[in-house]
Structures are given as C-alpha cells and as structure tokens.
Design a protein around this ligand. Sequence first.
Ligand code: AKG
Ligand code: FE2
Length: 461
Amino acid sequence: MNRGRGRTTNGYSGRGGRSWRSGGYFDHGRSPVGAERHSGEDSCYYQDDGMSQSRGRHLQKMSPASGSSYSKHDSTAAFGYKPKKPFPDGTGLKWQNDPPQASDTSGAVLKDDFPSLSCQLDSKGSQPYAGRTQVEPLPVEETENCASVLHHDFSRRVNFSCLQDESEPSESSQKMSPQNSAGFGDSVHTECQVVVDPFDICLSKAGTPVMLKPSLLVKNREKRNEIKRSMEGQNGIVLRSGMVLLKKYLSLSDQVKIVKACRELGFGSGGFYQPGYRDGAKLHLKMMCLGKNWDPETGNYEDLRPIDCAVPPHIPREFYLLVEKAIKDSHALLQQKAIASHVEDILPWMSPNICIVNFYSASGRLGLHQDRDESPESLHKRLPVVSFSIGDSAEFLYGDQRDVDKAEKVELESGDVLIFGGNSRHIFHGVTAIKQNTAPRALVDETNLRPGRLNLTFREY
Ligand SMILES: O=C(O)CCC(=O)C(=O)O
Ligand SMILES: [Fe+2]
C-alpha cells in the first residue's frame, strides 16, 4: 500500500502562523528560514527569530488538571488504553486493558511491564535539516529531499522528519471535513473534526505468529549483553555540563517492550499522526504525545489534541521507571567522575508528565531548536529532558548556538539515553540524519519495527 503518498491531507488548512514556532521546536527541517516552501506542505524548517527556535515560545499554563501532577506512582498511567482496532497483521493488543485493582496503587498490576506486541519501522536520512514533520503526500522526489519540502517554520520542537514510506498499509492520515478547513487553531478545541487514521510503527508480518513476549533469542542475547555490560561497567559519557549520554543503556528487551507499547498506544486514539499547520504545511514525521498534547501550531501543552479532540494516552508507568533509573544512574556517573558533590545542582531531578514520541523515517530530520515549551518553572529549574533512542541510529547535533557548523555531533544508537538539563537544558539540538539499517537485528526481528527511528523525549511540564 502506498503509505506516503496517498495520505491525505491532514486537513489543516490555512496557514497560520508561524511564528509560533519561532520558539522553536518544530523546526521543521530546520533549514534556514526562508527556504523554499512547498505549497502547503510542510515544513521541515526552521525559522530564526534571532533567539529561539524552540519548542517553546508560547509558553502557556496547563490547566490545573494537567499540571505537573503525574506522580511516579500514578498507576493509572498504564491502564485504560484500548486499541481502536486490531493491527493489520491481526495482532490485538494486550496492553493491560483491565483497570487496576484497588490494591494496585503503585501500578504493580503490570506483570510484564509492557504491552505485548510486535512491530517495525523505517528510516534513512538525507538532508540535514528537514524537520520532523510531514504531513501530506509529497511527490517522491520531494520527499526524498526534505530540504526541498520543508519550509515552514516549525521552529518549536518540530523540525520533523520527512517520513516517507511507500510500502505500508497503515499510515496515519488526517482528513478533515470541509467546514473544518479554515479554522484550525483559532481556538483551543474547536475543531475536532479531523479523522486521524491509525499509523502502525511496525510492519505487518502476515502469517507470522504474534509474539507476546520477547523471544528466547532476545532473552539469551540480552543475558550475554548484560554480562558484557557488567564486566565493562556502565558506558556513560558526560558530554558537557548537565548533558549525559548513557550508551546502549536500554536493554534489548526493554527496547522491544517500548516499541510494542508505542505501537499499541500509537495505533489508538491520540496515537501517531502527522502534525501540520493551519496553512496546510505538513510536518515530515509521525508524532504522538503522552500525558499532554503538545500542539505544534501554538507550542502549547493541552489536555486534548485540537485536531481531533483525542485525549493523549498516559505515559506507561514502566517508561517512567526507566526515566527515573536513567537519571539516578546519571547522578551516579557524575558522582563517580567527581564532577560534583551535589549532583542535582548539575542535573536536577525530574518527574516526567509529558512524553513526545516521534517516529523518523529514513529521511527524517529535526532542525536545531531548543525545547522550551515547558512551564517557566520547569525551564527555570532547568529540569532535564530525557531522550530514548530506539531503532536506526541518528546523527545528533547540539551546541550553544543555532549553528550547524559550530555544533557538536554525536551518534545516538538504539538503546542510548541522552539527558540534557542544568547548564545544557537550553542547548540547541537536532537530528541531521537517520542511518539506514543500523537498528539492532534482534530488535527488528522481534518487533518488525519499520525502518527508521523511534525517539521518546520525556519532560516535566
Ligand atoms: O530525536 C531526537 O533525538 C531529538 C528529539 C527532540 O529534540 C525533540 O523531540 O524535541
Ligand atoms: Fe528537542
């Protein structure tokens, strides 16, 4: 099936505004402002307002109900989700659909931690600044080159990826009713008429039995890796003050579980979609928000996704636990390197209540931007962003300026966890390329993840 192309419009219409983005994140593509723009499609680019590029500008208050209220013990986070329909390969979902028991106040109900499923993705990379969005079907030649299509300012956290995949069946597309075409974003939840088709980050394995749990192969490999890791010690690197990279930190079985959980959540209500702007510009990537919806158009975090009024799924408790562990281990690393006696001064503690999940295809990109749509308090405290990379590797740039030539470069591989807070909370960062066929074989075998890269960034509002 033709996934990339026939996708319809996301329905957004009208252009709106862009400057919202100047805050930055959707830098779509990060290309320099002014890059040529494609009629109504996307934007992988970035706009320079001189200082920002962030997902942040339009900071806005969350409603009381939404504030940073998630607690690590919020057991409800892992429940309540039910896929709208079975996956194309017939796999249903097994994501703790039963409500928690009265006694399960800490989420202990989760026996296997993650939902069970399988999947797979796609990726490759081309131009450095394409941005992470994508929305509408673009001519192949254009999608091959994000730079040519992205041209909008998504400078918030956006800068999506040029997601393109001609081969799969379920791609998310958004269709909008005619009367809906003009007012996207005019007010917070006025639209809700867009139908978002589910997007499966895993390729269907017709006729293949569904594996509900990591296979023996994965488990054995995992065991070997664990032994290797314990002999070598944790491979943590302090990239700069407040910025820690934990190499191959997520075990293969955790990666499998994360992919399966994201597949499941991403296929249901509030799941993956192709963000776009009211002017019709489309982002080149798939995105799903957990906890709160981050609206690329406004840069706001809200309780509902304006285009379809979907409620963002909760952050699975297991994700939270992994984030917590990664921060703890980063603190241990900082201590071990005698970098600080009080490590929280360097890397503050953070309890995520927002997670933005992106799926970059081979041509996906994310221009340099800052993450600054979180609350003024969170930004002021310089609470870290914790990023999980899964699938194909990415070339990640970071630096103090929005200047690719001055940026440092690091490869983020599957299983890597990158944390940037403290003095690095406001760094410019972005993804310039996705390296094809670099995802661990066992991960792909186990999940059938599409070629590409799954990235989860956790934040505390
Ligand atoms: O994909 C990545 O590694 C970075 C993602 C990112 O910067 C974001 O979502 O704001
Ligand atoms: Fe970011």
